[in-house]
Design a protein around this ligand. Structure first.
Ligand SMILES: [Cu+2]
Length: 154
């Protein structure tokens, strides 16, 4: 799976959510995500990361979690004030959009789905619904935005 992260950083409400769990990086190491940082002009080398301290270094924008499979992936963000001040402002941030070259991260990892199949809930655990009560409305409750279901065929 590849996630393009065009949002800015938000400290996690619970530091446990800074742990990468249930996924494998390209190097074969468990509980690792591979992160590349795009500062607005060049993409960094791949950095394998297993733990984020989002308060010590504002470094996470959302989480991709599938609790039923033990998966938690903190979605890495750009970390500097300069980068966080130059984020993409017009969605979608990729492809032909002029903002596609704004600072962002590229996160890759893999995971195994259960052979038995099933329906698995996924969601972001950062209350990122800015402007809604406690940040938990809007995109946090809209399927396909910060919450959804993954259907696995047996
Ligand atoms: Cu989110």
């Amino acid at each position: 799976m590849t996630i393009l992260g065009y949002d800015g950083c938000t400290p996690l409400r619970n530091p446990a959510l800074g742990q990468v769990t249930g996924v494998t990086g390209a190097n074969g190491l468990k509980n690792v995500e591979d992160v590349q940082f795009f500062d607005g002009s060049k993409l960094s080398a791949v950095t394998p990361i297993s733990t984020f301290d989002s308060w010590g270094n504002c470094s996470v924008q959302h989480t991709f979690a599938i609790p039923g499979l033990g998966i938690n992936v903190p979605v890495a963000s750009v970390t500097t004030y300069k980068e966080n001040s130059a984020l993409c402002g017009t969605s979608p941030c990729t492809a032909a959009n002029a903002d596609a070259n704004s600072p962002h991260t590229v996160i890759t990892f893999s995971f195994k789905t259960p052979a038995t199949g099933g329906t698995f809930h996924w969601q972001c655990f950062v209350p990122c619904g800015l402007g809604y009560l406690d940040g938990n409305g809007g995109p946090m409750g809209t399927p396909g935005y910060m919450v959804g279901q993954m259907e696995v065929q047996a």
